[in-house]
Design a protein around this ligand. Structure first.
Ligand code: CA
Ligand code: CA
Ligand code: CA
Length: 263
C-alpha cells in the first residue's frame, strides 16, 4: 500500500501529477533512495486513464483506513520582521521579504493542506545587524529594535481554527544584547561587555509531534501599543482573539520558535 508520510501534503490542482505521483507507485527502489517525482509522472503518463483511476481509488481507501484526511487551511501572518510557518516540520509559508531588508513590514496570506492532528512551528526573527542584536549601528538611530508576530488560520469554511495567543509555547534561541545599555555604546561589539549575546540552535525536531516541549514557556502576549505594528497589519481583518506574541522581551528576544499542537 502507498506510504503516507507526515501530516502535510502540498497539492496543486492535479493531485496525480504533483502531490501524489510518487506515493501511488509501488516502491521498487531497493537502494534506499526515494523515487523521483519526474519518474512517477512519466510512468503515470504511459499508463491508461483507467489505471490512474485505479491508483486514485486505492489511495482513497488508504486514507479512509487511517481515518485521516487532508483539510485546506488559509493563514494570515504579520511579523516584525520575518517569519516562517511549518506544519509537522515542513515549510508551508514564509515572509516574502528577506530578513535583511530594512523596515520589512508586510502581511502574508497563503493556503496549505494538513491532516489533523498536526504541529504548527512558527519561526519569527527580528532584524539585527549582528550578534549585538542592534540595528542602525553607528548612526543616531542605533537601537535594539523590537519584534512581534500575529497569526490566524481558518478552515475551508472560513471559520477560525487557530490564532496566536498565550496557548502557544515559544522558545527564544537568540537573545541580544544581554544588557540593554549596549544600545548606548559608541562602538558596540558583539560578545563584549553589555553587548554579550545568547544564541542556540533550533532543537532537533522541535516542530514535530514527537518533540517534548513541556519545558518551553508560554508565549508572551503584547498589545498593539507595545508592538506598534506597521504596514500590512491593517490590511488583514484579524480575529478578535488573535494576539501579538513574542519572546519574554520585545527588544532583546530576536529569534523565537513558537509551537502549537492542533488537534
Ligand atoms: Ca517582513
Ligand atoms: Ca523589528
Ligand atoms: Ca531586537
Amino acid at each position: 500500500m502507498p506510504d503516507w508520510p507526515g501530516g502535510r501534503r502540498m497539492c496543486n490542482s492535479d493531485p496525480i501529477a504533483d502531490c501524489c505521483g510518487t506515493s501511488f507507485l509501488p516502491d521498487d527502489q531497493t537502494d534506499g533512495t526515494r523515487p523521483q517525482p519526474r519518474m512517477a509522472f512519466d510512468v503515470l503518463a504511459n499508463i491508461g486513464a483507467d489505471m490512474k483511476t485505479h491508483f486514485l481509488a486505492m489511495s482513497i481507501v488508504a486514507l479512509s483506513s487511517t481515518g485521516a484526511y487532508a483539510e485546506t487551511f488559509s493563514a494570515d501572518v504579520w511579523a516584525d520582521n520575518w517569519f516562517e510557518l511549518r506544519v509537522d516540520g515542513e515549510t508551508v509559508g514564509e515572509d516574502s521579504v528577506p530578513i535583511t531588508t530594512e523596515r520589512s513590514f508586510n502581511a502574508e496570506s497563503f493556503v496549505f493542506e494538513a491532516e489533523r492532528p498536526f504541529v504548527l512551528g512558527l519561526v519569527a526573527k527580528d532584524f539585527k545587524e549582528n550578534d549585538t542584536g542592534l540595528e542602525y549601528i553607528g548612526t543616531g538611530r542605533q537601537q535594539m529594535g523590537d519584534g512581534g508576530v500575529i497569526l490566524q488560520i481558518r478552515n475551508a469554511a472560513g471559520e477560525p481554527i487557530v490564532v496566536s495567543n498565550a496557548d502557544w509555547q515559544c522558545l527564544t534561541i537568540h537573545t541580544a544584547p544581554l544588557d540593554k545599555s549596549c544600545e548606548d555604546q559608541r562602538n558596540p561589539v558583539a560578545g563584549e561587555g553589555a553587548c554579550a549575546f545568547d544564541v542556540s540552535e533550533e532543537p532537533e525536531g522541535w516542530d514535530t509531534a514527537a518533540f517534548d516541549a513541556a519545558s518551553w514557556p508560554q508565549a508572551d502576549v503584547y498589545t498593539e501599543a507595545e508592538v506598534g505594528p506597521k504596514a500590512g497589519y491593517d490590511e488583514i481583518a484579524w480575529a478578535e482573539d488573535a494576539r501579538l506574541i513574542w519572546g519574554p522581551d520585545l527588544e532583546q528576544s530576536n529569534t523565537v520558535l513558537c509551537r502549537l499542537m492542533v488537534e
